[in-house]
Write a protein of this length. Structure first.
Length: 149
């Protein structure tokens, strides 16, 4: 069984999704609109995920917070505000408001995922493996000749 910091990336996505699910559940149980609680749990899930996965795969966590928040906010919002489903326009406006309520949390979680990924990648040495790389030399047969050659 892999250790913390060496988990495969899908488990990191599950961590972000679990934070979103917990935030949506708390939001639904308190009867409030999506916002602070959901945003905080998305940020916490993202930090946990970025630290839990393999350093070379941590970049795959970067888009997860925005996707997870969007899905959780729309679900929690639909359950909270049942009047929003009376028309397509009302539903679209309400969904935009629910998603916008967590915009700063999505930005913060995404930035944290990028920073944690970059730091872990540097510390693991993955980025340094490419240093000193020299492209293979071309053989004489494949060398292009100009018009004067």
């Amino acid at each position: 069984m892999p250790r913390w910091g060496e988990l495969p990336w899908p488990r990191g996505v599950v961590l972000v999704g679990s934070g979103a699910a917990a935030g949506a559940l708390i939001t639904i149980m308190t009867g409030s609109e999506p916002g602070l609680v959901l945003g905080l749990l998305i940020v916490a899930g993202t930090i946990a995920a970025a630290l839990a996965v393999q350093p070379r795969a941590a970049y795959r966590i970067i888009p997860a917070p925005a996707i997870a928040y969007t899905a959780a906010a729309v679900l929690a919002g639909l359950i909270h505000d049942r009047s929003a489903d009376t028309s397509g326009t009302a539903l679209a406006v309400s969904a935009a408001q629910w998603i916008a309520g967590g915009f700063l949390a999505m930005i913060a979680a995404t930035i944290l995922a990028i920073v944690i990924t970059a730091v872990r990648w540097q510390l693991s040495g993955s980025a340094r493996q490419g240093r000193g790389y020299q492209p293979p030399a071309r053989s004489g047969a494949t060398r292009r000749r100009g018009p004067g050659n």
